[in-house]
Design a protein. Structure first.
Length: 273
């Protein structure tokens, strides 16, 4: 119950921030106006570009809000001495960390929900717009609705990526100031996507030290590239829920649990006075 109260307070705090609605507003304009109308010159395959870019945009918006909220919400309370006031009540540090994380992810869920609606509207009209531009038969409503179900795995895995980075940001915020927290999360995001390619490239070389470092980073860093199924979805490949999305979701739960445990360990002996 105490964790829920902190989560609800954190959720309301994030939703009331101008940044939350500015990000949603800018992303909605891009999804509803720019993406459907911009010519991609792909010989009738513009909608595939919209699918890929739309998924990437939603994920990036979620990352911006999640990392910034985790950095500011926790680090500012610690540095501003308000955390010690909160923890002087019958609330322990575990409630504080878990409540903050679940509150952040609740706000991110709302952001994903709103942007997914805008994304689906964009795809719905883009399909008809392309048909008119190419003088072909307009797709049926059933085929458009089927396209929405094909996009669902990409949305879920984008949310999983944000959940992992948000958990790491919560852990970093117990020790690092806002700027260093954001910087660390950006580096992990980049390395998490590059790690599989680094392992593959280093395995073909003759430098054992480079290969060891590549495997080391691939082991401790989240394998974020495996969550990137935008190219598969944009080429109309079916992403299986049981065979692919479910294992990724289980991996997300495991990595988030480890990151939050790390956050609790680092926060346990943090001097708040």
């Amino acid at each position: 119950m105490k964790t829920f109260v902190i989560a609800l307070t954190t959720y309301r705090e994030i939703v009331r921030r101008p940044l939350f609605w500015i990000v949603i507003g800018i992303a909605s304009v891009m999804l509803l106006v720019f993406f459907p109308l911009i010519p991609y010159y792909t010989m009738g395959e513009d909608i595939k570009m919209v699918k890929d870019q739309g998924l990437a945009l939603i994920m990036v918006c979620g990352l911006i809000v999640a990392i910034f909220s985790a950095s500011v919400s926790i680090a500012d309370e610690i540095e501003g001495k308000t955390a010690i006031t909160l923890l002087s009540k019958p609330i322990n540090r575990r409630n504080f960390i878990l409540g903050k994380y679940f509150g952040i992810m609740g706000a991110i869920f709302l952001l994903f929900l709103l942007l997914t609606v805008a994304f689906y509207i964009s795809l719905f009209f883009k399909a008809g717009y392309d048909a008119r531009e190419n003088s072909t038969d307009a797709p049926t409503y059933f085929s458009r609705l089927k396209m929405f179900t094909e996009m669902a795995p990409g949305i879920v895995l984008a949310y999983c990526r944000v959940a992992i980075l948000a958990a790491l940001s919560v852990a970093f915020s117990t020790r690092l100031p806002v700027f260093l927290n954001i910087t660390a999360c950006i580096l992990i995001f980049l390395l998490g996507h590059l790690a599989p390619q680094m392992v593959q490239a280093s395995s073909q070389g003759q430098f054992e030290a480079v290969a060891f470092l590549a495997r080391f980073f691939a082991t401790i860093l989240p394998g974020l590239e495996y969550f990137n199924i935008g190219p598969a979805i944009s080429t109309d490949k079916v992403v299986p829920w049981i065979g692919y999305v479910l294992p990724c979701a289980i991996y997300t739960v495991f990595y988030v649990a480890v990151a939050l445990l790390l956050a609790l360990l680092m926060f346990e002996d943090r001097d708040l006075a």
